[in-house]
Design a binder for this molecule. Sequence first.
Ligand SMILES: [Fe+2]
Ligand SMILES: [Fe+2]
Length: 303
Amino acid sequence: MEISLKNKINKARKLIDEKYKDSCHKERYLHILGVADMAKRLATLYNVNEEKAYIAGLMHDYYKYEPKEEMQILLTSEEKKEAEECNVLYHSYASARAYKKLIDDDEEVFSAIKNHVFGHLNMTKLEEIILISDYIEENRKYPNCIFCRSLVNRGFFYTAIYESTRHTISFIESKGQKPAIMQVSVLQQYKELMFMELLNKIKEALDKVKASDIIVYDMKEKSPFYDYFVLATVSSLRQAGAVKSYIEELILDTPFKIRSVEGEDTEWVLIDCYDIIISVFTKEERERLEFEKIYMDVPQLKI
Ligand SMILES: [Fe+2]
Ligand SMILES: [Fe+2]
C-alpha cells in the first residue's frame, strides 16, 4: 500500500530530528524547519501541494556537513561531474538522492531539493518556492534576506528571486570569485519575470483608479533608454494624480525607483521608473499626441 504524504512528512521529520536536533548544528536544524514552514506557507498561497513543499523543505539540507566522499557515492556520474566543478552542489544533489532513497521518488520534489542552491531555467512553482524559502525563512537575519522576505510578503515573488540571486552574485564577485553560469542565467530570466510582475501590479494600480485603454509597449528593440512604455487614459487631472500616488506606494521599499515625474497637474503625466515609463493622459491629450500611430509597429505586451 502506498504510504500517505502525511506519513512521508513524519518520516522526513524523524530523519531530520535524528540528524540535527541534538547535534552541534542546531542552527541548521532551525533553518531546515524554517524553510519547511516558509515553503508550506508559500505553497498555500501559490496553489502548490503543501505536503510536497514541506517535505522538500525538510529534506533540502539533509546532507550538509558530511565529507565530500560520503556524498559523492550517492550521485550519478553526471551529478558528480557538476558537483566537482561547483562543490556547493554536493550537498543539494546528495540531499535529493537521500530523499529518493529514504522517502519517495516524486520527481518534482526531487528536483526542487536538487536545484535549491542556484535554481535553474523555467523552474516549476515548487522549485521556485524552495529556492526562495531557503533565502527568506524566518531565521535568516541578513538585511537582504529580510528585504526579500518583505518583497515576498507583498506579492513581489519573482522580484525576490531576482533580488536574492543578484545579491548572491554580487557577494561572490566581491570575493573575487566567479558566479556559476546557472546563477547568471537565472538572474537574466528573473529580470524579465520581475518586470512582468511589476507591470501587472502597475496595471492593477491603473485599474484601481479606473484608468482605461491601458497599453504596454515592449520597447526593448526600439529604445536604448527604457524597456517598457505604459499608456493609460484618465478622466481627470485628479485621477492622474492618484495614479502617481498609487505607483509611489506600490514601489516603496522595492528595488524599483521613480527617477522623475513630469507634467504633474497637467493633462499628460509622465512617470519615469527607469526601465518602465508610464504615461497617463486625458482622452483629448492622448488623441492629440497619437502615440498609437507613432508606435504602430512596436509589439504590445498582454498583461
Ligand atoms: Fe542548502
Ligand atoms: Fe538551506
